[in-house]
Design a protein around this ligand. Structure first.
Ligand SMILES: C[S@@+](CC[C@H](N)C(=O)[O-])C[C@H]1O[C@@H](n2cnc3c(N)ncnc32)[C@H](O)[C@@H]1O
Length: 625
């Protein structure tokens, strides 16, 4: 899945064999100007056969002209694209070629010759080894700009859509990353669109529910940080208050938070892609940690998988996690040592404690500890409960999940409550959610509110609308929208998610939302046949985007609006093209930063049906086109 080259290593801080802000021309052993190859290396025959301008072990000097969606710098050596982890756009570096493919290769940064103003020292001590974050070495403002550019570039390059430049921007394609769309197209790096690109296969890697086996950025992310999704579902769901629940029924007045352009949108001038909505404090934002346990010299440890291996490295803190999660993990590890629990060894299949999963509800402060064990019996269970209760203030739920399978998947099928409640409660906006050990819940609650606020705003609800929420997960968006709609229909493929959605609707006394299990592309055509006519369709698909049958059904159903929430700009652009060809106009695409310090890009798009808007335009009510 994820690209093993996506590892900045020390080079991400520009410290690998080099120094920050080295004077231009101080490039040690690298020779030549931009993109030139060092003469020292003897060239393997393979390179000569394929006629590549560089070969493995060559040393090159590169101007970094962009950053790909794995966060790797993009350089050109005699027209050949090299991806360099840790290098930032605008930098000049020397690098050693590690691997060559027909259209592109990978190189390791040797020395930073000219540094980008966006370069910062990554604050995390284990950033080089962990890989859960990929762009900590980039200033946050630059991260946000880069994410916006990813969206704008995809819309233009893949969707062949016209993006209007922001004020002061020559053209959307030339801003931000500096690399032209053409450059970023090099190699197979058109994300998620059928090309076999490492880590970008169109499947929701962000939402995988596996413990992974170590060695990639995503693996570490799933160990301590990631793993969002319906645990073990396979088809797992995904997962500042600039706008919160703002609803605009008149798009002419729609607020554009942080945007530099006026409120009126003209499709003829292109799609508006406002600046990414980021966090004022882009750290400590995660509400869930899933930590693999191991043993080092007989001592219980827990942290992340070392790069390229299954070896667990002990970790005390993860600075994108809420402090409470760090504390809970440390406490549970200490208790485990005191009580003499053994860590599960995935090679031998021996040992008991596999993972410690902790969750904290930001709005209520409620906490949950889940001990994932390889066997049913937890020795000294009463001591476990007593110690956790006395040492984790605010703990509401202590659970054991039993996973007897030799698998990378974190959770097994059996979960039992050892003490307290089965769930903890949290709020997104006004909506209350019950979160169980295995249920999916968005991991960045502050930004979830921003994302859903935009979704609600774009849905433009007045209270009389029928809404379909496709790919609804546990119904978070559905319940958010139900507050302002006449009726909401949610559909989701994971059965447990729909059970949670129904429970959460009850919990909030929401009676105008109903949910069905199944594939959106199967269920929604059925709803159409039953006579359900939505005014608004919201889709929030996994990375691979919407099924073509669903897009076809949307075109046939002719809703006034489509709101498309996307975690993959490439598939978003592809699907918007289909909807545009079928009579919708994309008005705005708002990037929202759900995962600061990582390369994940989330965006929400508003599309309006052309004929609908022409009518409104005649009445001069909605000055959109
Ligand atoms: C990006 S998540 C969105 C979840 C939800 N909207 C939220 O914000 O929490 C995508 C969801 O689509 C579900 N899914 C995947 N394929 C599906 C399909 N063909 N039909 C319906 N749901 C699907 C996944 O299980 C997952 O819950």
């Amino acid at each position: 899945m994820k690209n093993n080259h996506n590892r900045g290593g020390a080079a991400r801080n520009g410290s690998q064999g080099g120094k920050r802000n080295s004077a231009p021309g101080s490039a040690g052993h690298a020779r030549g100007g931009s993109g030139s190859r060092g003469r020292g290396g003897s060239r393997p025959a393979a390179a000569e056969i394929t006629g590549l301008p560089v070969a493995k072990n060559d040393e090159v000097t590169l101007d970094i002209i962009g950053m790909n969606h794995d966060g790797e710098g993009v350089g050109r050596a005699d027209g050949y694209t090299l991806f360099v982890p840790g290098a930032l756009p605008g930098e000049k570096i020397t690098a050693k070629v590690l691997k060559t493919k027909k259209q592109y290769g990978y190189a390791k940064m040797q020395m930073l010759v000219e540094s980008s103003p966006a370069r910062v020292e990554a604050p995390c001590e284990i950033y080089d080894r962990c890989g859960g974050c990929q762009i900590q070495h980039m200033d946050y403002a630059a991260q946000l700009e880069w994410k916006r550019q990813q969206v704008a570039d995809s819309l233009q390059r893949i969707g062949k859509l016209n993006v209007r430049p922001l004020e002061g921007e020559a053209s959307a394609a030339s801003a931000g990353t500096k690399a032209s769309a053409k450059t970023l197209e090099a190699g197979a790096h058109a994300a998620g669109l059928g090309e076999n690109v490492p880590g970008r296969d169109g499947v929701s890697d962000k939402y995988e529910a596996t413990a992974r086996t170590g060695g990639t950025a995503q693996e570490s992310a799933t160990a301590f940080g990631g793993g969002e999704g319906y645990e073990n579902s396979g088809a797992a769901p995904d997962g500042e208050t600039a706008v919160s629940g703002a609803s605009s029924t008149n798009l002419g007045d729609a607020p554009f938070v942080g945007g530099t352009v006026g409120a009126e949108v003209s499709a003829s001038e292109g799609i508006l892609v406002p600046p990414t909505l980021g966090m004022s404090e882009p750290w400590r934002y995660r509400n869930k940690a899933q930590v693999p346990m191991g043993q080092e010299n007989g001592r219980l440890i827990g942290g992340f998988y070392a790069r390229g291996s299954h070896r667990i490295v002990d970790m005390e803190t993860c600075i994108i996690q809420h402090e409470a999660n760090d504390e809970m993990v440390e406490t549970v590890k200490a208790i485990g040592r005191e009580l003499g629990i053994s860590a599960y060894d995935e090679e031998t299949g021996r040992g008991l404690l596999r993972h410690v999963v902790v969750k904290v509800a930001f709005a209520t402060g409620e906490k949950m500890v889940v001990l994932v064990t390889s066997g049913d019996r937890l020795p000294r269970v009463d001591d476990w409960v007593e110690e956790i209760r006395s040492r984790v203030p605010g703990v509401k739920s202590i659970c054991q999940n039993v996973n007897t399978r030799q698998t990378n998947v974190i959770f097994g099928d059996v979960t039992r409550v050892l003490w307290g409640d089965e769930v903890i409660h949290d709020y997104i906006g006004e909506v209350k959610f019950a979160i169980s050990a295995r249920s999916f819940y968005q991991v960045n609650p502050a930004q979830t509110e921003v994302l859903y606020g935009k979704t609600l705003e774009y849905a433009g609800l007045t209270g009389s609308e029928t809404v379909i929420d496709a790919y609804c997960g546990i119904g978070t968006i559905s319940l958010f929208l139900a507050q302002k709609a006449k009726r909401v229909y949610g559909v989701e493929i994971v059965k447990e998610a729909i059970e949670d959605a129904r429970k959460n609707a009850k919990l909030n006394g929401i009676e105008n939302a109903e949910f069905e299990v199944g594939a959106s592309e199967d269920v929604i055509p059925r709803w159409k046949a039953q006579g359900i006519t939505p005014d608004v369709i919201v889709v929030d698909p996994p990375r691979k985007g919407c099924d073509p049958r669903l897009l076809e059904t949307i075109l046939e159903m002719k809703p006034e609006r489509v709101v498309y929430v996307s975690c993959n700009p490439a598939t978003l652009a592809r699907d918007l093209r289909v909807l545009e060809d079928g009579g919708f106009k994309t008005v705005k695409v708002q990037p929202v930063d759900m995962f600061p310090q990582t390369v994940h890009v989330e965006a929400v798009a508003l599309l309006l049906r052309e004929s609908f808007n022409m009518v409104r335009n005649q009445k001069n009510k909605y000055p959109l086109f």
